[in-house]
Design a protein around this ligand. Structure first.
Ligand code: HMN
Length: 294
């Protein structure tokens, strides 16, 4: 499981000027992150605006990233979609492309019983030979992975981990304690990277890593070498930046993309109903960018 241990940015949706998925920009972002020294990429998740994209667009993003990074980075494909049918189609496609692992949120919108959630995840898992990482993100899906369902899913040897984005660090501790060494637990909340790692997460996947990979890589180095006071100081810096990213008019991802653009990696803006950045905020965005790089 070592290939999953490290800093894994959640990959962004990369659009052209007409809001279409851009091959060139997708590949550029992948190369940019590779050169920063990250361990892998989590493609097509929340940060990938998966819920706003057609299955065709999601397939194209999966393809472009694989074409550039297969064999170089650990590639995790997020394949969760509203219907089981679409999720399975994405899973099969990611498997053909040579992804290392699959991941999926639980079913969204309708409140389904745990038996349906179990069947949903299991059908995705059964559709390919790839390992599977459960994605728990109750604040957006409305479902919080129960210990009972977690244990049931772990009976399937293809389930190798959980990406936990709920805020209680306790959840990470529980999943790690129950999963043990055969299961990899990913920290989800970037604001708690250091605490997540200390309480049991083996690695991290996050939506703000790509705009400040150096900071997460340093935090990881400090945690793994026992320099806890230093790791806390880096976490404070990270949190100041995340709070600033969320203090403007555009959605956090729009602000992040504007910063990437200033740095020479243009991945377009966000898809509506997420809001783009506004002219009045551009100077403040420059300031955030300077804080990241100081
Ligand atoms: C993904 O699936 O693309 C992200 O990794 C999801 C991730 O856990 C993010 N959580 C949410 O979006 C709710 C965090 O990385 C989040 O972006 C970060 O903690 C800033 O709040």
């Amino acid at each position: 499981l070592n290939k999953y241990k490290g800093v894994i940015p959640a990959f962004y949706a990369c659009y052209d000027e007409n809001d279409g998925v851009s091959e060139e920009r997708t590949k550029n972002l992948a190369v940019y992150l590779y050169e920063k020294g990250v361990k892998g990429l989590y493609v097509g998740g929340s940060s990938g605006e998966c819920i706003y994209q057609s299955i065709e667009e999601r397939k194209r993003t999966l393809k472009y990233v694989a074409e550039k990074m297969k064999g170089k980075l650990t590639l995790i494909a997020h394949v969760g979609a509203p219907s089981t049918k679409d999720s399975v189609a994405l899973a099969k496609y990611a498997s053909e492309l040579g992804y290392d692992a699959l991941s999926a949120i639980p079913p969204i919108y309708y409140k389904l019983p745990e038996s349906s959630i179990y069947t949903y995840w299991t059908k995705i898992i059964d559709s390919t030979e790839l390992p599977f990482i459960i994605y728990n993100i109750p604040q957006t899906t409305g479902y919080n992975l129960s210990i009972n369902l977690f244990e049931r899913l772990l009976e399937n040897k293809k389930v190798i981990g959980v990406k936990n984005s709920s805020m209680p660090a306790l959840d990470i501790e529980r999943f790690k304690t129950i999963g043990g060494n055969n299961v990899i637990v990913f920290n989800g909340p970037d604001e708690q990277y250091v605490s997540g790692r200390l309480i049991g997460a083996d690695a991290g996947i996050g939506g703000t890593y790509a705009v400040m990979p150096e900071l997460f890589l340093i935090a990881e180095e400090y945690v793994s070498t026992g320099r806890f006071a230093d790791s806390r100081a880096v976490q404070r810096e990270i949190n100041n930046i995340i709070i600033a990213l969320n203090s403007l008019n555009g959605s956090m991802y729009a602000v992040i993309k504007q910063i990437l653009k200033i740095q020479g990696v243009n991945v377009g803006s966000v898809r509506e109903p997420m809001s783009p950045v506004i002219e009045d905020d551009l100077a403040k965005i420059e300031e955030i960018r300077d804080n990241i790089n100081q």
